[in-house]
Ligand binder design. Structure first.
Ligand SMILES: [Zn+2]
Length: 297
């Protein structure tokens, strides 16, 4: 029997990953649980897309009862190993660390067991691990696991605007936020090239919003599945159990607000601010199919 494939969706925070998770999870053969494993202090505040508070949702209750849940939540939170595993350029070192560390092997075994747990609960054959840390992609690769990587990006100018709305980032310079966009997305692309049995698909958030059916059809083809119209109506046909952005996965009774067109004017940034971001992101942004502005300049 061939080895199971590890499905990962990778995206910087605040770049539309919750939307992607909701749309994928609405496919009857895909399970996507969103940003997957909550830190314990969020337990009481979070809501599941099924409408239940996180702590009352049966699906998540069952997952929390699986010993791997606490291990994935609490282990590997800090320290030099985490740093090494965010640097795909050192893959030989990472493989060596993996091979010699029982703790990393234990953590990775839980990571690779997560999809089987979700599959057993949801019945969907394709289950994503949605936590977007580079280590959670690199450890399965270091363990020799075949993978499918879905890489979601947002226009770098829209991304820094989204970052800046988060108070924790308000003190960071625009250039630093742009560098963060570049660093993470470069690392995902490098990771996808480390092993020949890693399949990779890049998706732009903007395409997901403006041409959802075309974009979701591309993703389905990548996964070897047919597009299902249910994907455009998350939560309508069957309840999903996505955890994610509060604007999409709201309190009980709130319905999915629909797919909104992306704002591509970037007007909240001055021309000089836009130039500062573009200066540090341009080569990668252009490779990913982005232009500096959608308006003429
Ligand atoms: Zn739920």
């Amino acid at each position: 029997m061939s080895q199971p494939v590890y499905h990962a969706s990778m995206a910087v925070s605040a770049s539309g990953h919750s939307l992607l998770a909701l749309l994928l999870d609405a496919h009857p053969q895909i399970s996507h649980t969103g940003d997957t494993i909550l830190r314990a202090h969020l337990n009481e505040r979070a809501h599941c897309a099924c409408g239940q508070p996180f702590m009352q949702c049966e699906f998540w209750g069952a997952l929390r009862g699986w010993p791997g849940y606490a291990a994935l939540r609490d282990e590997f939170q800090s320290g030099p190993l985490k740093t090494v595993f965010s640097l795909p350029g050192l893959f030989a070192l990472q493989k060596l660390l993996y091979a010699t560390s029982a703790a990393l092997q234990r953590y990775t075994a839980h990571l690779l067991d997560y999809p089987a747990q979700v599959q057993a609960l949801s019945g969907a054959p394709v289950a994503f691990f949605g936590r977007k840390r580079l280590a959670d992609l690199l450890l399965p690769l270091a363990a020799g696991t075949p993978a499918r990587v879905l890489h979601l990006t947002k226009h770098p100018l829209a991304q820094v605007i989204s970052f800046r709305k988060r108070t924790a980032r308000a003190h960071q310079s625009l250039a630093d936020l742009g560098r963060e966009w570049r660093f993470y997305n470069q690392r995902v692309m490098q990771a996808a090239r480390l092993r020949p049995d890693t399949a990779y698909l890049h998706i732009r958030y903007e395409d997901l919003c403006t041409a959802p059916q075309v974009t979701l059809t591309r993703i389905c083809e990548f996964l070897g599945l047919d597009f299902q119209p249910d994907m455009l109506r998350p939560g309508e046909v069957r309840p999903g159990h996505v955890l994610g952005a509060r604007s999409l996965v709201g309190a009980a009774g709130e319905k999915f607000p629909g797919i909104r067109p992306p704002d591509l004017t970037f007007d909240v940034l001055s021309a000089a601010e836009q130039a500062a971001v573009w200066r540090v992101t341009a080569p990668l942004a252009q490779r990913l199919g982005y232009l500096q502005g959608y308006t003429n300049d």
